[in-house]
Design a protein around this ligand. Structure first.
Ligand code: GLA
Length: 832
């Protein structure tokens, strides 16, 4: 093939100039930290065995080096000499013993401290003890310090953050021992603007957790900070959750891909002794590690970012570039970037190597792929002289709206519109069953592909019928074959996500080599809500559009991030249930003609100004209830909408001004003809309401202090809540119950809280059984000053002493943990 443009024939291997590296953390640190998988449950055996696995699994050879201990390693009090004391039960040979062991394996040891009076879990902090603590760690042979931010006594100013974190930098320097210094203040003081030269890495966000919403939110926060990173000073989007079980392998590959693209520290956070081959393969992907550890040390820049699709471009020391196509949406998407929009040198063709499949392909001028929901494709890209020898890149895309199980399952709609075209709803789903699939096959390579055909592999019992052309004799560079399909879904198909494999088969090159490219699209089958009256915030909308950030369940919209709102508050009335939106929003729910009505309060949230806004409830295309103009500060209005027979419910908020915080407060949907007075699900049971007083609340550790008083200042039911004055290091507030409480059938504990100070942390504890064993739940940290929230702890998140199980039928006492030294308002401790 002589298809190359003549101007693009020479590409000297021009490696970019690399400045001389700093002594420490010249590339992002790689290692392990116990927190994500073990929390406070750290000990010598775990650290030593992890070091062993580093060596035996090949992770050490892959570059992982630091084995790091997180919070809870010391005793609760300093020793008589003022030094921190390793807990002898957890570390019988001290930290020195572990350091020697780890060093013996050719690895390095990390420790954890806190720039406050106590660590997040309440162990001694280093504020005011910087020098003695740094010297202690140096004496033990520690190589890495993660320095946290709880109980920080801060006035919140950036100057204070700089002062506290610089004090430890100076103390570490004074020891003469090299330490990698990891600043962990959750991005609060924008450390990227000041911490270069102070720390080698700084957290840019709050704590990661092992779920997709957390991962997506952290990527969104960290990606724009590329300009601040470089050798010896890295943005830290927190430690890896890969292998911990809360995400799919596709999501964990995105985690690894995006951390490598963002030149992030790669700190493993899973139990390596039990890691599956898949987990080790993700963590040990040498091509991605090479991208992360590239000595040029540049964090990938955002080339484009819109509609949940992001392209990153990272230059590499040998002149290649890593290009990532990241799909944060919930469906397959074709993501494309013109090579001219990246830092790639001009060339007639480029060679791509997919770092996950190893597959090589070539493109002329557009890098493009069908990327699965929550997935990321990463290519290592370089100019290519002879494209004839490399398979052309073919992008397979597909779009499929929600699908509704059909009454016939045959895929033929029973009631087509009069002109014979199938009746469809606005998103392409068919109210009588099935849906419409559109597939695209695009040749991005140099040279035509031939004998192109596309097929759709559907689940058993489903049908896929092409209604337009699905074969093409020849597809030139950048040409697309688009095909429309009718998808038939059997009537009894349960709601859920069903994969459909779309495969393009074709021939390429002068020797007609056969090849295929596939993408998987997910059919979202929706069914009508179950019978009963239910809080709408517990039902997943089919689609949701919002002006600022995501629509929030059971809180106001807050800002651009997920889970950053307050409890919904309208005209002073606080609602623990509802949907926080901004104007310009639309939420759609599938009802299938099975629901009778929606009752909801509406209004502009007290956290916002602006308006007026109009709330409208649509039953299909009919306005079933509307608020008329509502102004800021107005009391809530109640809307009652008749939904009889409607296939779809839509909630729409409009206004001349965008971004006004508009709430659907306590919306309740009734389906299946249930009586108006049937209980609202999920049913919640109040344990403490504080209506008649303090409920005789006591404190668990009387020596640590704290007081309680009934207060009308904050309440989410009734007229009163509880005002708690907390000691700095916190205490447990609650009491034993007069008789054992039976919470059988419930799955979680909740309470509503309004806190003044950042850094407030909380937990829930229950005492269970004859022995009154103490079981307590995961830590949450307050990062939004003055805000209010519902704190939720699922029973499975609450851990009991060894040998004790949380028996929900035999609860003897209920406690909540609160700290910071300030006042905290709480109400309505309940089970649900
Ligand atoms: C904070 C940090 C976490 C972890 C815990 C330990 O939340 O951000 O990474 O170190 O403290 O208590």
């Amino acid at each position: 093939m002589a298809l190359l443009a003549s101007s693009a024939l020479t590409w000297p291997a021009q490696a970019a100039a690399v400045p001389s590296p700093p002594a420490l953390a010249a590339t992002p640190p790689m290692g392990f930290n116990n927190w994500n998988a073990f929390g406070c449950d750290v000990n010598e055996t775990l650290i030593k065995e992890t070091a062993d696995v580093f060596v035996s699994s090949g992770l050490k050879d892959a570059g992982y080096q630091y084995v790091n201990i997180d919070d809870c390693w010391s005793l609760r009090e300093r020793g008589p000499d003022g030094r921190l004391v390793p807990d002898p039960a957890k570390f019988p040979n001290g930290i020195k013993g572990v350091a020697d062991y780890v060093h013996g394996k050719g690895l390095k040891l990390g420790i954890y401290g806190d720039a406050g009076t106590k660590t997040c879990a309440g162990y001694p902090g280093s504020l005011g003890h910087e020098e003695i603590d740094a010297q202690t760690w140096a004496d033990w042979g520690v190589d890495y310090l993660k320095y946290d931010n709880c109980n920080n006594q801060s006035d919140g100013s950036q100057a204070d953050y700089i002062r506290r974190y610089t004090a430890m930098r100076q103390a570490l320097d004074k020891t003469g021992r090299p330490f990698v210094y990891s600043i962990c203040e959750w991005g609060t003081s924008q450390p990227w603007t000041w911490a270069k030269g102070v720390g080698h890495l700084w957290r840019t966000t709050g704590d990661i957790s092992d779920n997709w919403a957390s991962l997506r939110s952290i990527i969104r926060q960290n990606a724009p900070l590329a300009a601040y990173a470089g050798p010896g000073h890295w943005n830290d989007p927190d430690m890896l959750e890969i292998g911990n079980g809360g995400m799919t392998d596709t999501e964990y590959r995105t985690h690894m891909s995006m951390w490598a693209m963002m030149a992030a520290p790669l700190i493993i956070g899973t139990d390596l002794r039990k890691a599956t081959p898949q987990t080790l393969a993700i963590l040990g992907n040498r091509d991605l590690i090479a991208i992360d550890q590239d000595r040029l040390g540049v964090q990938g820049a955002v080339v484009s970012d819109g509609n949940g699709l992001m392209v990153l471009d990272k230059p590499l020391a040998n002149g290649d570039r890593a290009i990532a196509l990241y799909n944060s949406t919930d469906s397959l998407a074709t993501i494309s970037v013109a090579t001219a929009d990246t830092g790639l040198r001009r060339a007639g063709a480029y060679r791509l190597t997919d770092v996950w499949t190893g597959r090589a392909s070539q493109v002329r001028s557009t890098i493009s792929a069908g990327v699965p929901a929550h997935g990321t494709v990463v290519y290592r890209v370089r100019p290519l002289r002879d494209p004839a020898t490399v398979a052309p890149a073919v992008a397979v895309g597909a779009e499929l709206g929600t699908v509704v199980p059909g009454p016939t399952g045959g895929g033929t709609p029973t009631s087509p519109a009069r002109d014979g075209t199938p009746a469809t709803t606005p998103d392409g789903s068919d109210p009588t069953g099935g849906g419409t699939l559109t597939t695209t096959v695009t040749n991005r390579g140099v040279g035509a592909i031939r004998e192109v055909s596309v097929s759709a592999g559907v689940p058993d019992g489903w049908t896929a019928t092409a209604t337009t052309e699905r074969r093409r004799a020849r597809l030139a560079t950048d040409a697309t074959l688009e095909t429309t399909w009718r998808i038939g879904v059997p009537a009894d198909t349960p709601a859920g996500r069903y994969p459909i494999d779309v495969t393009a088969a074709y021939e390429w090159g002068p020797r007609h080599r056969p090849a295929t490219t596939s993408s998987q699209v997910v059919a979202v089958v929706v069914t009508a809500p179950q019978d009963g009256r239910r809080h709408l915030s517990t039902i997943e909308p089919v689609t949701s559009v919002n002006a600022t950030g995501p629509v929030e369940a059971d809180q106001s919209n807050g800002g651009a991030l997920e889970n950053d709102g307050n409890l919904i508050t309208i005209g002073g009335k606080v609602y623990p249930r509802g949907l926080g939106t901004t104007t310009g929003s639309e939420l759609r729910y599938y009802l299938g003609g099975r629901c009778s009505g929606l009752v909801t309060d509406v209004g502009i949230d007290d956290e916002a100004a602006g308006g007026p806004v109009t709330f409208t409830v649509y039953a299909d295309d009919t306005a079933a209830a509307t608020s008329g103009p509502v102004a800021a500060g107005e009391a809530p209005k109640t809307l009652t909408a008749d939904l009889t027979g409607a296939a779809w419910l839509r909630l729409v908020v409009e206004s001349a001004t965008a971004g006004v915080h508009a709430d659907w407060a306590a919306p309740v949907l009734a389906c299946g003809g249930v009586p108006d007075d049937s209980p609202i699900l999920p049913e919640s049971r109040t344990i403490f309401s504080f209506e008649s007083g303090t409920e005789d609340f006591t404190i668990a550790n009387p020596n640590d202090g704290g007081t309680v008083a009934q207060s009308p200042l904050f309440h989410t039911e009734g007229a009163n809540g509880l005002k708690v004055s907390t000691p700095v290091a916190g205490n447990w507030f609650g009491r034993r119950l007069a008789a054992p409480l039976d919470l059988t059938g419930k799955t979680m504990l909740k309470f509503d809280l309004k806190a003044g100070e950042v850094g407030t942390v909380g937990e829930i504890a229950v005492q269970v059984g004859e022995s009154s064993s103490w079981c307590q739940g995961g830590l949450w940290t307050w990062t939004n000053p003055g805000s209010s929230k519902t704190i939720t702890e699922r029973f499975e998140q609450i851990s009991c002493p060894v040998g004790v199980t949380l028996d929900p039928s035999d609860i003897r006492a209920v406690w909540v943990f609160l700290n910071t030294g300030g006042e905290v308002l709480i109400d309505n401790i309940r089970a649900e």
